[in-house]
Design a protein. Structure first.
Length: 232
């Protein structure tokens, strides 16, 4: 089983590589579900580390229905990722009614080629996940990152198993959200080929009264523990 770490900083990416993770999804601002990291961070990770790096292409927090200007930003960011040697793109677009925007998602997939393309957790908002799975297979997506339409993947395990079975190995179902040492065996035993985890810990709190924020980092100890459980 392959472990992808959701890395929110250079330190998280570094920790993922040195703890033995197989791949990272590089992003920023996990507290809002992740947005596209800066070009500076992307370049630093690609130039200084060797771990396979997929980059989240999401121009802002909130919904996944983008206006023309936002969509142009997404395309520019994909072109940048290709130019610096990233290994994959994580993105996707929905319509205002939360159904899959076939036209724009296909445009991103085609633009990203030859990089691998993961459709992200916008999938967890679609009204008909089985139909959307079939549509994404038709579009040529390589994998879907999903929690099974629940807050935590362990609570969406039944749907995740159904999606995995229905995909018939035409794409990879990548369970993510809340996967840790205490529940990773459930995903291993259910036959998933890959899992996604932040494996993070809080390293500082800013509670000044003006800002109330947490800084988290992917933990080498947490990553190692998950990998050890996978290999048992």
């Amino acid at each position: 089983m392959l472990l992808e770490i959701c890395a929110n900083s250079y330190q998280s990416a570094y920790n993922a590589q040195h703890a033995g993770a197989h791949r990272i999804e590089l992003c920023s601002e996990l507290s809002v579900g992740g947005i596209t990291p800066s070009h500076g961070l992307i370049k630093q990770v690609i130039s200084e580390l060797t771990i396979d790096t997929f980059v989240l292409i999401r121009p802002r927090s909130g919904n996944f229905n983008y206006n023309d200007s936002e969509f142009e930003v997404m395309k520019t960011d994909i072109e940048f990722c290709k130019s610096v040697g990233c290994h994959g793109i994580v993105s996707g677009v929905l319509n205002a009614d939360q159904t899959l925007d076939l036209k724009r998602t296909l445009e991103l997939i085609e633009l990203a080629k030859p990089l691998s393309f993961t459709f992200h957790r916008a999938f967890d908002l679609v009204p008909d996940p089985l139909q959307t799975l079939d549509q994404l297979i038709e579009l040529g997506v390589d994998r879907i990152l999903t929690s099974g339409q629940q807050t935590k993947a362990i609570d969406g395990l039944d749907l995740l198993i159904e999606l995995n079975k229905r995909s018939q190995e035409k794409l990879i179902i990548l369970p993510g959200s809340g996967i840790n040492i205490n529940n990773v065996t459930s995903f291993k035993n259910s036959g998933f080929k890959e899992i996604h985890s932040s494996a993070s810990k809080v390293v500082s709190n800013n509670q000044s009264g003006i800002f109330d924020t947490q800084l988290t980092v992917s933990s080498m100890d947490n990553i190692t523990a998950i990998l050890n459980r996978i290999h048992e």
